[in-house]
Design a protein around this ligand. Structure first.
Ligand SMILES: NC(=O)c1ccc[n+]([C@@H]2O[C@H](COP(=O)([O-])OP(=O)(O)OC[C@H]3O[C@@H](n4cnc5c(N)ncnc54)[C@H](OP(=O)(O)O)[C@@H]3O)[C@@H](O)[C@H]2O)c1
Length: 406
């Protein structure tokens, strides 16, 4: 049954460039899917550092892409444009998008959509695509990480970091990471990191050299830049590779590149957003083939640190800028992603992966305090409120849940 769609939706737009509060909920028309596109009713949308850069005016959407921020979503397919043929109305998907994720409905080029990762609920699946696409293409395609190799990922507690640690471990690498606090170090070790280096107190070059008998690491994934450009060359092994995905500490650097030649290093990098639908589709198919089975085996988690209602996206950005989070921040639209029943009310007939009932931000359990690491054992199955607590992922959540009192 095709559902009548609303003509308007709530979306987040930037009222100029600046601090988080330039992000404002607005009523805008629901977009129409074009050729080869699907329209998704969004349940969850991941918040990523590039969204912060976009809000500040330094990472504009590519030409032709909506000004609505948001690079990843999960939800239910509600309409298809001409030529979109894989997914049907009612299918639950997650997807990488070049923009438009902070909204109740989002147009997606169909090749960039995937079925939900097995075992991951809709409220969490919107936090999967951006980091999994990025890590897959940069660590495995560009960086060619191989089993038995050593891998250093900077910013291990970032959305990118928590994904990179898990995937590298799953593919048999030895994983080192840099982190800004003891709590983050513990979280990274729990995700599988062999060594978490407190970069504010320790020299990561010396630490990885000590951990590799002076050899250095085979691959480095760097988002820091600045003085890390030279230090990464020091930390790399002969014939090592360095993949640059961001420049948090600056892209204009003065460095001695002699080691690049002497060690025969390969230094590369990429950005995901401007790549073609075809290229992103190829990454999506690789994820489906090689990574989704790992979700099915329970070997991957999606650490969600905190959720926010869509209309409080500004708070999510403010939190991201404190860099106190561990893992992913997620916006929830309040839409269930369930098929409407005959009478118009929503039923659970099509829901999978724990999408029923209360969402995480509505759970009880208030109180102030530092972020709590809530790691669920495989035997934990339900939170007693009709909302399945998925045992395949870990939730790093603050006890003062962001979405309460909406
Ligand atoms: N090229 C691409 O295609 C692509 C795609 C997606 C994301 N990215 C980039 O990847 C980065 C991570 O994105 P995200 O969404 O995961 O962001 P995020 O969660 O906000 O993470 C930023 C991380 O940077 C770390 N960091 C900052 N300064 C550091 C330093 N000197 N040494 C080590 N770590 C440092 C922070 O760690 P502490 O808090 O512990 O300091 C934090 O973990 C962003 O820069 C983003 O723009 C690139």
């Amino acid at each position: 049954m095709t559902q009548a769609l609303p003509s308007e939706m709530t979306a987040i737009l930037c009222d100029g460039y600046g601090p988080p509060d330039v992000l404002r909920p607005e009523r805008v028309p629901v977009p129409n899917p074009g050729s080869g596109e699907i329209l998704v009713e969004v349940v969850s949308a991941g918040v990523n550092r590039p969204d912060v850069l976009q809000r500040k005016g330094s990472y504009p959407p590519p030409p032709g892409v909506t000004e609505i921020p948001g690079l990843e979503i999960a939800g239910r397919v509600v309409a298809r444009g001409p030529g979109a043929s894989r997914f049907q109305e009612g299918d639950l998907v997650c997807a990488l998008v070049a923009g438009g994720g902070y909204a109740e409905f989002c147009v997606v080029p169909e090749p960039q959509a995937l079925p939900l990762p097995p075992g991951i609920p809709l409220e969490t699946a919107g936090a999967v695509p951006e980091t999994f696409f990025t890590v897959w293409t940069n660590v495995f395609e560009r960086g060619r990480l191989a089993p038995g190799e050593t891998f250093l990922v900077h910013g291990g507690s970032s959305g990118i970091g928590v994904t990179a640690i898990q995937l590298a471990k799953a593919f048999g690498a030895k994983v080192f990471t840099t982190v800004g606090s003891i709590e983050k170090a513990e979280a990274c070790r729990r995700l599988g990191a062999d060594l978490a280096i407190l970069y504010r107190e320790q020299d990561f070059v010396a630490a990885v050299k000590a951990a590799t008998n002076g050899r250095g690491v085979d691959l480095i994934l760097d988002m820091v830049g600045g003085d890390y450009v030279a230090r990464n060359m020091d930390a790399a092994a002969v014939e090592g590779r360095i993949v640059q995905i961001a420049w948090l500490c600056g892209s204009t650097v003065k460095a001695d590149f002699t080691k690049l030649m002497v060690k025969r290093l390969i230094w590369t990098g990429s950005t995901l957003r401007p790549r073609t639908v075809q290229e992103k589709g190829a990454i999506a198919r690789a994820l489906e083939e090689k990574i989704w089975p790992l979700f099915a085996e329970g070997r991957l988690t999606v650490p969600v640190y905190r959720t926010f209602p869509l209309d409080r996206a500004a708070e999510a950005h403010a939190l991201m800028e404190t860099s106190t989070h561990i893992g992913k921040l997620v916006l929830l639209t309040g839409r269930s992603g369930l098929r409407p029943a005959m009478g118009g009310a929503e039923s659970g007939s099509k829901a999978g992966s724990g999408s029923r009932g209360r969402t995480k931000q509505e759970r009880p359990g208030g109180g102030e305090g530092p972020p709590r690491l809530d790691v669920r054992a495989p035997s934990d199955t339900a939170d007693g409120g009709g909302h399945r607590t998925d045992h395949l992922y870990q939730i790093y959540r603050r006890s003062d849940q962001g979405g309460r009192g909406r």
